[in-house]
Every structure is written in structure tokens, then in C-alpha cells.
Design a protein around this ligand. Sequence first.
Ligand SMILES: [Zn+2]
Length: 468
Amino acid sequence: MKVYNTLSRQKEEFVPLEDGKVKMYVCGPTVYNLIHIGNARPMIVFDTVRRYMEYKGYEVNFVSNFTDVDDKIIKKAVEEGVSAQEISQRYIKECKKDMAAMNVKPATTHPLATEEIDGMLQMISTLIEKGYAYPAGDGTVYFRTRKFKEYGKLSHKNLDDLQAGHREIKVTGEEKEDSLDFVLWKPKKEGEPYWESSWCQGRPGWHIECSVMSKKYLGEEIDIHAGGEDLIFPHHENEIAQSEACNGKVFAKYWLHNGFLNIDNKKMSKSLGNFFTVREISEKYDLQVLRFFMLSAHYRSPLNFSEELMEAAKNGLDRIRNGAENLKHLSKNAHIEEMTEEEKEIWEKSREFVTKFETAMDDDFNTADGISSVFELVKYANTKANGDSSREFLEGLYQRLVQLCDILGIIVEAKEEILDEEIEKLIEERQAARKEKNFARADEIRGMLLEQGIILEDTREGVKWKRA
Ligand SMILES: [Zn+2]
């Protein structure tokens, strides 16, 4: 399997640090609002990387944080007159809902920055002891960028060029030794959340959070660190400097970055009025369509979002779903059980599409080509399966299709429709529960039915139900 490493700017063979295991960290969102579709891209892309690694047999320890202390969160809290914690908790909850709707698996661990302050204080202290950091007069702690000799190795930037850029901006009123130094810890302002430290009452800088959470949950050396390409500089460059200066080890072996998402060929921004939250998209489309759309391009390419392309994605996804449904339907009505000799041959041939899919995914997760193989499999199945096919054959093709789609996180399995008699049985059970005053169970049953689109109505004549 080859992955493109931003560090070396080339595709490299993926060799994990530990046999059969992958330690992977993906920078998560700052939670001050509903996530937008730009946030959704790394979530979908790296969830797919994880799923493919798992398919290949790796045990993946997948860590993705929530940044829950930040200027934007504090600003929103002040606007609403509530605590910063209330804002971050609210939007973590909403973010998790959107993730579930996009079929993004929950991480092995979703650490919160505010719960990892001790680790940050420790890392900053170590950096000071080692001479890589220093506190200024006002209690701000800075990282001594020039002391880390490899600074710029990820973004391929040259320190002197960076310095020249800084001079133009002109830094005022700061006690930095060097304009390139960045903040590890900063003093609180009036009314802001803060933590005690030996330098000042304050809060961490953004970069130190990820260095610390990655170390705590994955160890000092990890396989993959990933995020959007806008994070390469300065965020990931600074993470490398902090972690490697502190631990004396290579922080991450492979750095993966997804490309930008544009809207109608323009950069997404609130001022241009082309800003969409995932929630807004969900009002118009099944979020599986959004996922399918995102995976229809290579993750490193810029991706353009438009109504037209979303419609095309919807049609493409429908074609796959119809193919799956057709197989399922035929298999239900099949009158032969076992595969015939001829079918066995066709079945063997259909493996070719799986191989093609794997070849595409092995080449730096080329989901666009992977999806093409799925289409080919659907087309092949459509021409080979019919009313005379055996159940084993149909079921085999169906499972093959479902498995490939599952690697992409695309759900094609049609929901089994709940039968009338099952509904009646559940209603009876609910009535019994209510009689026993077990209202929790009664509500649970109502909820279960609602999920299946069954609406209950309690009337004087008894319980009536209808399909929504
Ligand atoms: Zn990060």
C-alpha cells in the first residue's frame, strides 16, 4: 500500500511502526458552531482511510480531538451570555450527530483539549527545561522556533523567508525573542476560562493541544497524522517542533493532507454567501450523497461543490443502490439454492472488480477509481443476475457489493421493511408494559417503531398505527 507523505512529497510504501497496528491522529474541529462541509471532507476522507486499513486487517487506533477552548468559542459564549463549556458541549453533540449521519465511525478516542491541560503543562515545562521554550514577562510561554533545527521540514518553508514575511507584518508589543516564536501558553483575559500554571493563569495555545493528546493516546511515535492541507502550516509544523523537541523522537511517520473544498469554484466564505453547514445540506440530501460526492474525487485534489455535482453524485449512488436492491429482490425470490458450475465461473470472475478496487485504494486511497470498480461490479451483476439465478450466487454478488461500499462508508443495504404482524406484536408488548407501569419500556417501543417510520396514535378505541 502506498501513501503520499507531505513530508517527503512523494508516495511511500506504508510500513507501520508495529506489525498489524496503525496509530492515527486526525485534527478535529473547533466546536463553536455547526460543522460546515469543509470540515466534513477530512472527516469522510480519513474515516475511509481508516476503514480501508481495517479491511486490510490492521487494528487501527484512531484518535481525533475536539478543540473546546478557543477565541471563537469564547466569543460565541459572550454573545449568548452562557459559559464557553456550554457552547462547546452543545456543538460537540451536534457534530457527533452529523458524523453519524455521514456514517463516519466514532474515533477510538475523542479527547477534549480542556481535559488534557495537565499534559500540556508538563510538555511545556519539559520544553522550557530543554531550552526550547521560554516564559516572557507577561506569563506568555513561547516556543523558540530557531532552536528546532528541522523547523519547516513539513511545509518545506525556509526560516529566513518566513522571517522576512514576519517583518512586513511588524510585531508590536510582544516580548518574543524572535518573531518566528509561537505561543504555547497565554495569559487569560478578563472573563475567559483559565487554568493555573507557574507562568500565569491562562490557557494553552492551539498547537500544543494536539501534540499532547496524540502523545497521551497513541504514544510518542505514531504512524499517520492527518488533516486538511490548510493545517500544514503553521499548525502541523508547530506540532512537529513541539513533539520532537520534547520527546526526541520522530513524531509521525506519514503526514496525510486533504485538498481544499471550493463552492462553485470559489473559496467558501460567509461573506460570499456560499457557506454551507452539513446540517443545511442534510435538509436537501441524504448525507450519504455528500459522502459519495466527497469520495468521487481523490482526497488530495481540490474539490468543487455545486448543485450539479451533488445531483450527479445522487444519481451515481442511486445506480449502486438499485443494483444492490435488484440482487436482494432476486435472491428473495430465487428458486434454486446452490450455485451452478456456470455461476461459479462468473462468481470467480467478479473477483476481478474487488482486485481493481484494492489496487486503486492501495495507490494512495484513490477512491475515485475505487468507485469506478464498484460501478463496474454493479454493471456486471446486472447483466449476469436474473430470475433463474441461484440464491447463493445472488447473495454472493450482493455481499461483494455491500463489502466494497462498506469500505467507502456507503450504505447500500436496503432497510428490511417491518411487517404488519411484527408491528402488532410490538404494540401488544407496549400495552402490556404500560399496564405494568413500565413506561420506560413503553416509550422505548414507541421509539423503535418511530425509527421504522411507524407512528402510533393512542385513541379511545385503542392504539392505531400508520406508516409515515
Ligand atoms: Zn491538530
